[in-house]
Design a protein around this ligand. Structure first.
Ligand code: M6R
Length: 366
């Protein structure tokens, strides 16, 4: 059932190229240059009339929501707020009939997310679910939705659910951008072509596995890790840190790279591995200067870079390359080595990768 892999998590990491393809199926029609999403089409008026989108989710799904904030605002020019479902529901939030609420949940059973959408519905908002499990509670409770079609995710650490959630949200943002006219038809077409190349590029990113194992072996005994990224890759830094925490029990924090100087920089010494996502285009020069700051404090730098990168290579202790793509699609690639890094460290530390202590696959308690 693990398809020859030692753990479900590794199997699910390796399933991502085909999972993303399944997410595209019937939706991304690049020959015709269209995106077809029934749940969006049927409710286009509501999306176009929305003053803002509120995303509610927990954990990794919340990180996918953060990535979508950048995409929706960038491409479709719709203001987005991303909320932890648990905080949203307990603070008497301002919600009206003009709000569109997107609930993201792999399991579709997360109690806080479910309660948040019930609250939003009671205030008249339109609720759109992005779930993986077909027929789940959140899918049923939503007014409309789009499934991720990632297939069953067994490992407690979410991997393919994350990348397929980002894929669905990107398709939605592009579809809405087209409808609103905030993207030209040639730009739209360009995005579709680039998106279609993502599964093959994920496949290529997976080839870093051997080198990631070498890095895992060097740093597995560290007691703290810092993950940094900017823009589209800031949520990826959060996600990388969460993956490491939950399966290896090593303390890790994700930060927007520029926030480092406002506090976390004090933590950096020769014991501290810092994983920096430094792909081309995404404020690259700024991230390079952040890397210099880490280096001058003797931190160990593991850079996630665009293939062919030179500047980071000169500064970092290790670099892991991912293929080049559009900036808004980089999270789908930069996530891959971070998943592998946490996986290998946890295996080397002999942890229960698929069922980490104290955690459940779906959190059905509030
Ligand atoms: O099923 P959901 O997407 O609603 O689950 C949300 C979180 O519980 C989940 O993403 C959790 O953070 C994962 N264990 C992360 O790997």
């Amino acid at each position: 059932e693990k398809g020859g892999y030692d753990h479900f998590m590794l199997k699910e990491i390796y399933e991502q190229p085909s999972a993303i393809l399944d997410t595209f199926r019937g939706r991304l029609l690049s020959n015709e240059a269209i995106i077809k999403m029934v749940g969006v089409e049927d409710n286009m008026k509501k999306f176009l009339a929305a003053d803002r989108i509120i995303v509610v989710a927990c954990g990794t799904s919340w990180h996918a929501g953060l990535v979508s904030e950048y995409i929706f605002e960038d491409l479709a020019r719709i203001p987005v707020e991303v909320e932890y479902a648990s905080e949203f529901r307990y603070r008497n939030p301002v919600i009206t009939e003009k709000d569109v609420v997107i609930a993201i949940s792999q399991s579709g059973e997360t109690a806080d997310t479910l309660a948040a959408i019930k609250l939003a519905k009671s205030k008249g908002a339109f609720v759109f679910g992005v779930c993986n499990v077909v027929g789940s509670s959140i899918a049923r409770e939503s007014d409309a939705g789009a499934y991720t079609h990632a297939g069953p995710e067994i490992g407690v650490a979410s991997t393919k659910a994350f990348t397929t959630q980002i894929t669905v949200l990107t398709l939605m943002a592009l579809r809405l951008a087209r409808a609103k006219g905030t993207i030209s038809s040639s730009e739209f077409r360009h995005h579709l072509i680039e998106l279609e190349m993502i599964p093959a590029k994920v496949e290529e990113a997976l080839k870093s596995d051997g080198y990631v194992q070498t890095i895992a072996d060097i740093y597995k005994d560290a007691t703290n890790f810092l993950y940094l990224g900017r823009g589209y890759n800031f949520p990826v830094a959060l996600e990388g840190a969460l993956k490491l925490k939950e399966i290896s029990y090593i303390h890790a924090e994700g930060y927007p790279a520029a926030e480092m100087k406002h506090g976390p920089i004090a933590l950096i010494d020769e014991q501290m591995p810092v994983v920096v996502i430094a792909t081309k285009k995404g404020h690259y020069e700024k991230v390079v200067s952040n890397i210099q700051e880490i280096k001058s404090r003797k931190g160990k730098i593991i850079g996630i870079v665009t293939k062919g990168d030179k500047s980071v290579k000169e500064l970092a202790d290790h670099v892991i390359e991912v293929p080049e793509t559009l900036e808004c699609l980089t999270p789908l690639l930069t996530t891959i080595p971070l998943q592998l890094l946490s996986y290998h460290i946890a295996v080397m530390l002999d942890k229960n990768v698929d069922q980490p202590r104290n955690l459940a696959k779906s959190v059905t308690v509030e």
